[in-house]
Structure formats: structure tokens, C-alpha cells
Design a protein around this ligand. Structure first.
Ligand SMILES: [Zn+2]
Length: 327
């Protein structure tokens, strides 16, 4: 009795969720900030099924401090190697941004070595920017390596993906923009991330791109995001999941698109916020060709990357020769 009761309780909610994602069926999404290295292949599958056709994986912090330069080297290599391959096995085009994250800028001995390593990676195929860089605790060391990486991006002609701090966000965001301007960087080359209601106006007024992370509890919920979109419109605004090893949701972009549609935001505006703006911003790298993810792709999970596949012993490959939309 108890069990059937809870089953009945749960069903309407599940059906309602399915219905909400149904209303965005056929739409394409681009998630410009998601840390796939810390996600599972099931997430890739769910993302492809929900319409995500391309993503950007920014280099970030692993959750604990790295102890040596080789850890950075292997991580950057995986972003342009194995992870890109793994993504391709689910029909999703994978790009990345490469940089020294703000937390680890505070280990100056290591940071110096990372600065020497970065030029070996930022010119590689599929690297669409320097990121995510910026401020965490807003220390002198963070300031120093942020400035050095702005110069690196400027020299390479790459967009810059900026992480803004959780603490003292408004001040940290203003400071990130001030320093970028001071270094002669065009605001249209800079994507300011993790915005909220408090920061968005100034970011847009100053000509920067404003990205929003839809993240349970700590950043923006998507109901708040809908209000922001209604207030500011779609120009230079984009959303991302920033899904990582923490509590986060790799379907944040399609779910928010569904909510926007339910709340009356037009399809054209939704497309700009969840797809086109991210492409326009990061295509300034010269590394994004929309045809790579709009034309039908072949997914063959029996393919290998340096001898390894996404399949484990006995698993059947999922092959889809005709479409990236799997329904
Ligand atoms: Zn991140």
C-alpha cells in the first residue's frame, strides 16, 4: 500500500518534467561552460538526447591542489585529446579553453611553470579561448597571473573566459573588467561568467558578454534567469551549466530553454541565449565552424583514441549513422 502510494505521488512530476523538455524538442543547444572530465558518459548521452550539439570545457581546478606541472600538462592534454574524443562518441562537438585557474595562481612556484606551458596548448585545434581565468580571493598573485594571461590571449587573438568570484562578486567583476580594459582588450573578446542580477547591467553597459551559470543553490536558479532574460533581452547574454564534480546539472541549458519557452520568451530569443551568442563570442577564435555540429554526423562508438574506446568489456556500441538528434 505504502509503495503504490509513493509511486502514484511521483508519477505526475516525472510526466510533467518529460513534457517540459518535449516543448524544446528539435532545438539545438550550445553549453559554453561545462567540465565534462568530471562527468560520466551517461551525462553525455543525456545531453545529446536533450539537443546539446556542442560545448566548451574550460580548464579549471580539480578540487584539490595539483602538486606538480605534469598534472597540468596531462589535464590540458586530456582536454584537447581524450575528452574531445569521448564527446565525439556521443555526437557532441567539444571545444575547450585553456588557462591557469585563479585558485592555483596563488601557488607562485607552480604558476610560473604553468605560464611556460600555456603557449604550447592555446594554439592547438579546438582551443577557443584562454579560460577560465580571473579572481577567486582577489589576491596579488591572482592579479599578476590574470594580467599575464590577458596578454597571452591578446597575443594569440583569443577570446577570454572570465570566472568571477563567489565572495565579493560585484567588486571582483568590476576589477576583472577594469584590468581587461587597462590591457587594451576589446570587451567584445571577453566573456564574463557567473553573473547575477547584481552584476549584469554593468557588464552589458560596458560592452562585455554576460554569461550566467545555472547552478542549483549557489549561483542562479533558472526561474531567476527567465526574469533576467525578460528584463535585459537576448543581446550578448548566454547561459551555461558549469557542471563539474559538485552538485550541478549538465542539462541546465535545455531545461532553462524549456522554462523560457513556458514563460513566453520567443524561440528567437531562446536561440540567442542558449546557442548563437556563445558561438558568436567564441568563434572569434577562428576555431568554430558551425557546420561541424549542424550537419548530420556519424557516431561510431567502436572508434578508438590511442587504442581506447568508451566501451567496456562486453558493451554494445551505440551507433547512429544518420543524426545527432536521438529521440
Ligand atoms: Zn567552471
Amino acid at each position: 500500500m505504502c509503495c503504490s502510494h509513493s509511486f502514484e505521488d511521483r508519477r505526475p512530476r516525472v510526466e510533467a518534467e518529460a513534457m517540459n523538455l518535449d516543448i524544446i524538442k528539435g532545438m539545438k543547444f550550445f553549453d559554453p561552460h561545462v567540465h565534462m572530465s568530471s562527468r560520466t558518459t551517461d551525462d553525455y548521452q543525456a545531453m545529446a538526447d536533450a539537443g546539446i550539439v556542442a560545448l566548451i570545457e574550460p580548464a579549471f581546478w580539480l578540487g584539490q591542489p595539483r602538486t606538480g606541472i605534469d598534472s597540468f600538462r596531462d589535464y590540458y592534454s586530456s582536454l584537447v585529446g581524450w575528452e574531445r574524443f569521448r564527446s565525439s562518441q556521443f555526437g557532441i562537438k567539444h571545444y575547450c579553453t585553456i588557462g591557469l585557474n585563479s585558485r592555483e595562481a596563488n601557488n607562485e612556484r607552480l604558476a610560473e611553470e604553468v605560464m611556460e606551458l600555456l603557449p604550447l596548448f592555446i594554439y592547438k585545434e579546438g582551443v577557443v579561448g584562454v579560460g577560465e581565468i580571473g579572481f577567486d580571493d582577489q589576491t596579488a598573485a591572482e592579479d599578476k597571473y590574470y594580467r599575464m594571461q590577458l596578454e597571452l590571449a591578446k597575443e594569440a587573438g583569443l577570446p577570454i573566459q572570465i570566472h568571477t568570484p563567489h565572495r565579493d562578486k560585484k567588486k571582483g567583476t568590476q576589477r576583472s573588467m577594469d584590468i581587461a580594459i587597462e590591457h587594451g582588450i576589446d570587451p567584445k573578446m571577453v566573456i564574463i561568467d557567473h553573473n547575477n542580477e547584481e552584476t549584469v547591467k554593468e557588464v552589458l553597459d560596458r560592452g562585455f558578454w554576460a554569461a550566467f551559470t545555472i547552478y542549483p543553490f549557489t549561483k542562479m536558479g533558472n526561474e531567476r534567469m527567465v526574469e533576467v532574460a525578460k528584463l535585459y533581452g537576448p543581446e550578448r547574454i548566454m547561459i551555461n551549466s558549469a557542471a563539474d564534480w559538485g552538485i550541478s546539472d549538465p542539462l541546465a541549458v535545455p531545461k532553462t530553454a524549456a522554462l523560457m519557452k513556458l514563460k513566453g520568451i520567443s524561440d528567437e530569443d531562446i536561440k540567442m541565449i542558449t546557442y548563437s551568442n556563445a558561438i558568436a563570442a567564441f568563434a572569434q577564435s577562428g576555431q568554430i565552424d558551425e557546420n561541424d555540429f549542424t550537419s548530420p554526423q556519424t557516431v561510431d562508438q567502436t572508434e578508438k583514441f590511442e587504442g581506447n574506446t568508451v566501451l567496456r568489456g562486453g558493451q554494445q556500441p551505440r551507433t547512429d549513422k544518420s543524426s545527432i538528434i536521438i529521440s
